[in-house]
Design a protein around this ligand. Structure first.
Ligand code: PBG
Length: 329
């Protein structure tokens, strides 16, 4: 006998489909990554990220106002540091008048209510392109954590609302939380890149910031001794649980699309907000396929963003944020 239940009834037309739709996207879902450079009048397109730009501080102001007018209320700041200011210890990261510190103040000056999150890791400041300090060919964990904690205080002093450690050192969430609390930054939050995988999808980002590990002797060629092995799933739960116990307010899975099983595992295991970072390589893939006319850009973009939210993300860091919001309005 034919089944009594016909699932297609709920797909008959857009009205019924929208009535039973489970996942909706809104501007509230997004965190907008922004790349900042020294200079003035600069808005330069990143080669491997079509239609995505690095901004000097003066033009960053216009971009911030535009994002706010579109309903995008949170940004994640990254800085491109001149080679002359890079060293092994990332000293420039602690400069109270450094580019990051000035970028935070610039955003707050034009839009005080914009939520400012900052990247905390040494790679943009490291002469070796690593997220931590190198000694004898190894990334030194605990000394790096001390610098990351100081860096976090420096960002908080400049006005950051959240720091976002993306380095994957052990114990850095506790180190940062204690440092912030001791400096009385009780309201400054931590968004931890808890399950960050050693991924080949970060290539275009490293172009954007010129932050790839350098190819010299005694410097590790990749980040596999600190970022996670992409074959692992249980480990993501352990990492996330530790970060929550150390005081992370928001946890993150990165990259996005290839890791949605991890997002769902974490959603099912913990009740803290989850962010997903749809990374530069994911952006670049769709832009390239669309340029060739092989994929419908907007349709695939919405499908991907919806999949990330459906998997369990509360927050989506995405280079498509502006495109999605414009498309929806
Ligand atoms: C570095 C950092 C990376 C990204 C964010 N922070 C790259 C890396 O770990 O090498 C990647 C973001 C992207 O690809 O969009 N701490």
């Amino acid at each position: 006998m034919f089944p009594i239940r016909r699932n297609r009834r709920l797909r008959t037309n857009e009205a019924i489909r929208s009535l039973v739709r489970e996942t909706y996207i809104s501007p509230n879902d997004f965190l907008v990554p922004l790349f900042v450079v020294e200079g003035s009048g600069i808005k330069e397109e990143i080669d491997s990220m079509p239609n995505y730009y690095r901004y000097s501080l003066d033009l960053l102001k216009d971009e911030i106002k535009l994002l706010w007018s579109l309903g995008l209320k949170s940004v994640l700041l990254f800085v491109k540091v001149p080679d002359t200011l890079k060293d092994n210890k990332g000293t420039e990261a602690l400069n109270p008048d450094g580019l990051m510190q000035r970028a935070i103040k610039t955003v707050k000056s034009v839009c005080p209510d914009m939520l400012v999150m900052t990247d905390v890791a040494l790679d943009p400041f490291s002469s070796y392109g690593h997220d931590g300090i190198i000694e004898n060919g190894k990334i030194i964990n605990d000394t790096t954590v001390e610098v990351l904690a100081e860096m976090s205080i420096s960002h908080a002093e400049a006005g950051a609302n959240f720091v976002a450690p993306s380095d994957m050192m052990d114990g850095r969430i506790l180190g940062i939380r204690e440092a912030l609390d001791q400096s009385n930054f009780l309201d400054v939050g931590i968004m931890s890149y808890s399950a960050k995988y050693a991924s080949a999808f970060y290539g275009p980002f490293r172009d954007a910031l010129d932050s790839a590990p350098v190819d010299v002797q005694d410097v590790p060629k990749d980040k596999k001794t600190y970022q996670m092995d992409f074959a692992n799933r249980e480990e993501a739960i352990r990492e996330t649980e530790m970060d929550i116990n150390e005081g992370a307010d928001i946890v993150m899975v990165k990259p996005g699309l290839s890791y949605l099983d991890i997002v769902r595992d974490i959603r099912n295991s913990f009740d803290v907000p989850i962010a997903v970072y749809q990374v530069s390589g994911e952006y670049a893939m769709l832009k390239a396929a669309a340029e060739k006319g092989w994929l419908d850009h907007d349709a695939v973009m919405l499908e991907q963003i919806t999949s990330i939210k459906r998997a369990g993300a509360d927050i989506i860091a995405s280079y498509f944020a502006k495109d999605v919001v414009k498309l929806m309005s």
